[in-house]
Design a protein around this ligand. Structure first.
Ligand code: PGA
Length: 253
């Protein structure tokens, strides 16, 4: 049985003081849970969060990484730097990075390989624009992103990768994909993993939905068999909202 994985994506939000307050409140309110929870924070918050949340079972992740170990890449952060901080996850290929920061299928692939080499679990984002969906090409578009992202990954690395299906038209818009639309794509992605690898990888890999997930719609989305979690932007900025989403996830035990 796959564990449900709820990951907050703070994006460019929360100063150090705000991150500290969030971590204290989260620790105080964290319920007993069978599900996994993590927060993907700005680089500047990571040293504090890895210490503040150590021993709680709550994971800490970054939102981007460079694919080289070190070198002349002004302004960049390497997988080794993240590993030394005790970071467990890293988002790769978020649509905002693909759109505003020239992230390509090739850099996404290199980052996945570099993160696996460093022992950090990537959360790779895929998803189509409204234009692509309306043209009826959503699945072929996502299939292309997945095939490129997983190029050269071993079955073990693939199974340890988290995929976040985030339709661009649902991110930060308040427009959620219906549970049926999200399930259709997540099921398609799982089928693709079986084709690229095998049934074991397909069964094991965690596929999240992201895009305006909130306490009121999380239960229906997470009840779908191929949706194993959520990548939560706006609703992850408040402890109560993030925990309400965690609580909305179906109990498996
Ligand atoms: P949202 O963002 O929940 O604010 O739509 C999701 C994401 O971009 O990861």
């Amino acid at each position: 049985m796959r564990q449900i994985f709820i990951a907050g994506n703070w994006k460019m939000n929360k100063t150090l003081a705000e991150a500290k307050a969030f971590a204290e409140e989260l620790k105080a309110k964290m319920p007993e849970t069978e599900h996994a929870l993590a927060v993907m924070a700005p680089f500047t918050d990571l040293p504090l969060l890895t210490v503040a949340l150590a021993g709680t079972g709550i994971g800490v992740g970054a939102q981007n990484v460079h694919f080289e170990e070190s070198g002349a890449y002004t302004g960049e952060i390497s997988p080794l730097m993240l590993r030394e901080l005790g970071v467990s996850y890293c988002i790769v290929g978020h649509s905002e990075r693909r759109t505003y920061f020239a992230e390509t299928d090739d850099t996404v692939n290199r980052k996945l390989l570099a993160l696996h080499a460093a022992g950090i679990r990537p959360i790779v984002c895929v998803g189509e624009s409204l234009e692509i969906r309306e043209a009826g090409n959503a699945m072929s578009f996502v299939a292309g992103q997945i095939a490129a992202a997983f190029e050269g990954l071993t079955p073990e690395q693939a199974a340890e990768t988290v995929i976040a299906y985030e339709p661009i038209w649902a991110i930060g818009t308040g427009k959620t994909a219906t549970p049926e639309q999200a399930e259709e794509m997540c099921g398609f992605i799982r089928g693709m993993m079986e084709g690229l690898y095998d049934e074991v990888v397909a069964e094991k890999i965690i596929i999240q939905y992201g895009g305006s997930m909130k306490p009121s719609n999380a239960g229906d989305l997470l009840a779908k068999p191929n949706i194993d979690g959520g990548l939560i932007g706006g609703a992850s900025l408040k402890v109560d909202d993030l925990l309400a989403i965690l609580e909305a996830a179906p109990k498996q035990a």
